[in-house]
Design a binder for this molecule. Structure first.
Ligand SMILES: Cc1cc2nc3c(=O)[nH]c(=O)nc-3n(C[C@H](O)[C@H](O)[C@H](O)COP(=O)(O)O)c2cc1C
Length: 321
């Protein structure tokens, strides 16, 4: 019975944390509030970042409201109160005069305010997270380069319209802006727009390719142009025979050309088989210097089909940490 009566008093004493502990807690609050202030400024800056310009006003409003709900003033006000409290506790620790300041009551109130603010900041972070997810999705859709990369397809059916010569020039200038190993810039572009020649070269290449690969002309009987797909423009890309990096250099130019063409409204297709032009009897007609080697051709024009993107294989990334 005696034990039972004593219990509440003991419990109360045990629960009452030492001044030292309260002081430590107030120091922790100070650190946390200083961090929240930085975070608050960061979130405000983030909202004015141009990445967020495409975010709908409604989406922005959610975070604006949440941010307004936790103003810097609120944080500074609480920071002042906590700092004053921390100082008072520090004095108490030195003087041991525990009666002059109702520290337990103030501590409890501050604890309540701190927890309440912490909860609001959690809500803010949830809102920021949602907004960043929207921005991330928008960025992917609205970024022109990424959009063009995803839109480009190998097109093998073209309208019978020529390409503006100025556009060909622009496209090839972009091709020349591709990186090259040791900045050697050894790639050359040979542009063919004569439809008779294109057809003729195509047939000649097809004959050679049929012997080298199991490339069947029978499959292409309905196709008047089995190699260049009746494109109005064919660009042969060469590099020097001695160039160790020829294939990579040419690949970079080819991709620049195809993406630029796409961004200007044209479609294209890389034609690896075009390299067999060198094995045809008509190769000399191109007047390509002997030191050069045809690596690939790009055909381009106004596309007359919209192929669906081929599914890409999975598991092609390994992070080597
Ligand atoms: C080096 C290389 C050589 C290619 N050669 C030919 C070709 O000779 N004829 C052709 O019709 N397509 C050719 N292609 C196009 C590929 O078939 C095409 O890129 C692939 O099917 C993926 O389709 P996509 O370009 O629409 O993503 C070639 C592509 C590359 C990268």
């Amino acid at each position: 019975m005696e034990m039972e009566l004593l219990k509440p008093a003991i419990k109360k004493n045990l629960l009452e944390e030492s001044i030292d502990h309260l002081h430590q807690q107030s120091l922790n609050w100070q650190n946390q509030i200083a961090f929240w202030k930085d975070e608050n400024r960061f979130f405000n800056d983030l909202l004015s970042n141009k990445l967020f310009h495409n975010v709908t006003p409604l989406d922005k409003k959610i975070i604006k409201d949440t941010l307004n709900n936790i103003s810097l003033n609120d944080l500074e006000k609480l920071q002042k109160e906590v700092t004053a409290h921390e100082k008072a506790l520090h004095t108490l620790l030195l003087n041991k005069n525990k009666n002059v300041y109702n520290y337990r009551h103030v501590h409890k109130e501050l604890d309540h305010k701190f927890n309440e603010l912490e909860k609001r900041i959690k809500d803010l972070k949830t809102a920021v997270f949602e907004l960043v997810k929207i921005v991330n999705a928008n960025f992917f859709d609205s970024n022109e380069t990424i959009h063009t990369i995803y839109e480009r397809r190998s097109v093998r059916k073209f309208k019978n319209y020529p390409i503006d010569k100025l556009h060909i020039q622009q496209i090839l200038r972009a091709g020349a802006m591709a990186p090259s190993a040791m900045n050697s810039q050894l790639c050359k572009f040979y542009v063919l727009t004569n439809s008779e020649k294109i057809k003729n070269y195509s047939e000649e290449i097809a004959k050679v390719a049929a012997n080298i690969h199991q490339f069947s002309l029978k499959d292409k009987l309905n196709n008047t142009d089995p190699i260049f797909h009746d494109a109005p423009v064919v660009i042969f890309i060469t590099s020097q025979k001695f160039n160790e990096w020829a294939a990579v250099d040419v690949g970079c130019c080819a991709q620049n050309i195809m993406l630029t063409a796409k961004s200007l409204g044209y479609d294209s297709c890389p034609i690896g088989l075009a390299k067999y032009i060198e094995n045809t009897t008509i190769y000399d007609q191109l007047n390509i210097p002997k030191e050069e080697k045809v690596e690939i051709a790009i055909v381009m024009g106004y596309g007359d089909e919209k192929p669906i993107a081929q599914e890409r294989k999975k598991n092609y990334i390994t992070y080597l940490n």
